[in-house]
Design a protein around this ligand. Structure first.
Ligand SMILES: Nc1nc2c(ncn2[C@@H]2O[C@H](COP(=O)(O)OP(=O)(O)OP(=O)(O)O)[C@@H](O)[C@H]2O)c(=O)[nH]1
Ligand SMILES: [Zn+2]
Length: 356
């Protein structure tokens, strides 16, 4: 291991660059700018290089433009288009107010690999999944000239889970149990850390009462009535305290993995009448962008191999089993329903397989 950053480390730099509006070069392919953080000068430079806007098939469906590449679409940028034109393609906030964005010309020829790498990077940077992409004859020379981060396209598109390192744990007396302990786990790719709240001394040889809780800033901290996360967090910890042992994983996967800013965009779309699944799709995301392999990896690293899982979400059970964690029992966690989140919970049951 020399001083030079490896592929994973360069990806972490690239995420930060895109969040700042700095271009990133994909080796052997071209240059990428995140649509959400576009700056006029940099767009003009790329537009003259035959740039296109890369969006997901979900966003293409909303814009009623063909996704000839299947999972992504590449929309040619008109010579007079500025950042507002690109951002209107990426952000559905104004779709209803200004529905006509066309005519939009989707590219059919050439490779979509640069577009796929760009969208994967934007998603991992918790940005809208849309980017300006321009092919380059000599990406390495372009990057050297402009001092830009170069990433490997395969690494950017990879769906591998970053290995996690247990960084520290310490005793944490809590109202639900004085025998609390908090563990911090750090992914090697520089992404968000995740936590495990261990209550008591659960026997690693027996199934542990467990909860995979996805971070929800609005629900967990602010008492939001728009979801059931806060009551679920408190009920899960209370049950573990009452039983004397358990482990709650607090996974930093806000917004079903799209990040808080995009979740609030989804909330704004829900105020326009779309449901929680439609809102994710209009933003260009899948219904659920979370990677539950992370939860399974943390449980394994803590020495657990079987759980009694507090959840109403069968997908979590399937992913635990697929990742080598045996779910011996599903423990229902129906709490916190109210007039504000009834439709949200009903949509998750109707469209995402949740158990009422
Ligand atoms: N994108 C999006 N995310 C939401 C919305 N409402 C809540 N969330 C997120 O959904 C996740 C809910 O987490 P969980 O309650 O652990 O997941 P779940 O899939 O509902 O499964 P169980 O609660 O285990 O039954 C959190 O990351 C919230 O931030 C929404 O309207 N849109
Ligand atoms: Zn929530």
């Amino acid at each position: 291991m020399g001083f030079a950053p490896d592929d994973t480390e360069r990806l972490a730099r690239a995420r930060a660059d895109l969040r700042m509006g700095v271009p990133v070069v994909v080796a052997g392919a071209g240059v990428v700018l995140a649509a959400e953080t576009l700056q006029p000068g940099r767009l003009a430079l790329l537009r003259d290089m035959g740039a296109a806007v890369a969006i997901t098939d979900w966003r293409a469906r909303t814009l009623k433009v063909a996704a000839y590449d299947g999972d992504v679409a590449r929309i040619l940028i008109p010579t007079d288009a500025g950042p507002a034109w690109v951002q209107a393609l990426a952000n559905p906030a104004d779709d209803l107010r200004s529905p006509m964005k066309g005519p939009l010309r989707a590219l059919r020829d050439g490779s979509a690999d640069l577009a796929r790498a760009a969208i994967a990077l934007c998603k991992s940077a918790r940005l809208l999944p849309a980017a300006v992409v321009a092919p380059l004859d000599d990406p390495a020379a372009f990057a050297a000239t402009h001092g830009l981060t170069v990433i490997d396209g395969f690494a950017a598109r990879a769906t591998d889970m970053s290995p996690l390192t247990g960084v520290v744990s310490a005793r944490l007396p809590m109202s639900v149990s004085e025998a609390g302990r908090l563990h911090v786990f750090r992914p090697q790719d520089g992404g968000e850390e995740h936590y495990a709240v261990e209550i008591g001394q659960p026997d690693r040889a027996r199934p542990v009462l467990a909860r995979l809780h996805s971070a929800c800033f609005t629900g967990d901290l602010l008492g939001s009535l728009k979801c059931d996360c806060g009551p679920q967090l408190r009920a899960a910890l209370a049950q573990m305290g009452a039983e004397g042992h358990g482990v709650l994983l607090y996974l930093n996967q806000e917004g079903r993995g799209i990040g808080l800013a995009n979740k609030m965009r989804a909330y704004a779309l829900q105020d326009q009448g779309f449901d929680t699944v439609e809102a994710n799709h209009r933003l260009g995301f899948h219904d659920d962008e979370r990677d539950f392999r992370i939860g399974a990896a943390i449980l394994r690293q803590m020495g657990f191999s079987a759980v009694r899982l507090l959840t109403n979400n069968p997908a979590k059970i399937l992913r635990m089993e697929a990742s080598g964690i045996s779910v011996v029992e599903r423990v229902p966690l129906k709490v916190g329903e109210n007039a504000h989140n009834h439709a949200y919970l009903a949509t998750k049951a109707a469209k995402s397989g949740h158990l009422l």
